[in-house]
Design a protein around this ligand. Sequence first.
Ligand SMILES: NC(=O)c1ccc[n+]([C@@H]2O[C@H](COP(=O)([O-])OP(=O)(O)OC[C@H]3O[C@@H](n4cnc5c(N)ncnc54)[C@H](OP(=O)(O)O)[C@@H]3O)[C@@H](O)[C@H]2O)c1
Length: 301
Amino acid sequence: MVPRMKKVSFAEFGGPDVLHLVDAEEPHAGPGQIRIAVRAAGVNPVDWRIREGQKLGAHPIELPSGVGLDAAGVVDEVGEGVEAVEAGDHVFGEGFNTYAEFAVLSAWARMPEGLTFEEAAGYPSVVETALRLIREVGAQSGQTLLVSGASGGVGSAVLQIARDRGITVIGTAGAANQDYLRSLGALATTYGEGWVERVRQLGHVDAALDLAGSGVIRELVELAGTPRKVISIADLSAPELGVRFSGVAGSVPEALAVAADLISRGKLHIPVEKSYTLAEAAAAHIDSRAGHTRGRRVILA
Ligand SMILES: NC(=O)c1ccc[n+]([C@@H]2O[C@H](COP(=O)([O-])OP(=O)(O)OC[C@H]3O[C@@H](n4cnc5c(N)ncnc54)[C@H](OP(=O)(O)O)[C@@H]3O)[C@@H](O)[C@H]2O)c1
């Protein structure tokens, strides 16, 4: 009999109620891939954007579809041509349909000592995004980077990577996350009425990132002095103001190596705000879509 597993799946685009926990055939590692017994899967806004049918990439999503990109777990199959990893290793990385008992990964690294699976699943894609943004906006040691929407997954990674590189960060977030931003080494202020002036009071801005897509591109350009020093990952209208929208992922293996190094040196820690079971995937999407996650949300398989 073909082995079966539990997996979160949707057969039509729509709200969180299209998600179902189904019995499915187990996936297998192809050449250059590994399969893991998933222990935890990271919840990313892109997961519910895809479920809603938002047009994000060049490739159409085939239905029915699984959900999830990030995962941490135990290697149990190694594909052709894969070296330096074996069954039983604890890894974190990116792959396909990770809200499941088993998933195939296309990029992975060994988990740093002392990290739980739950924590590890939160790092891969946000660290890739953070490294890409810091590189693309050209922030250098000694400069100040303004981050709008700094307390979520990507923001938490940007703040800590920037600090490790000697970049000062001014972060905006809600009132409840001011101490959190400061704990990550940032200068903090709230978004909303009067925020531009509050940022000015904190210092000169050399470059700015829009992570929240809250319609502040014009103000970020004003603060950074030029659209060339502003990048958005969340506002598709940014190019209308001459600001780059960054949407093409960089090297995930490189991001995992950087994450593992920073975590091992105690320079990167992204807290998990809440964990869910596979059966609670819809609740995880509702909570993520509300847009106020501190750190990460994770699904435990
Ligand atoms: N283009 C790409 O390559 C790419 C890659 C990754 C993510 N993304 C997108 O980038 C966005 C952020 O991702 P994420 O994983 O960091 O999301 P997240 O974990 O949900 O974080 C969202 C953060 O935005 C803050 N926020 C909410 N309303 C705000 C406002 N009006 N002004 C400033 N900040 C506000 C929240 O802070 P408070 O809780 O303090 O309000 C929250 O911490 C998502 O839209 C995601 O789809 C794009």
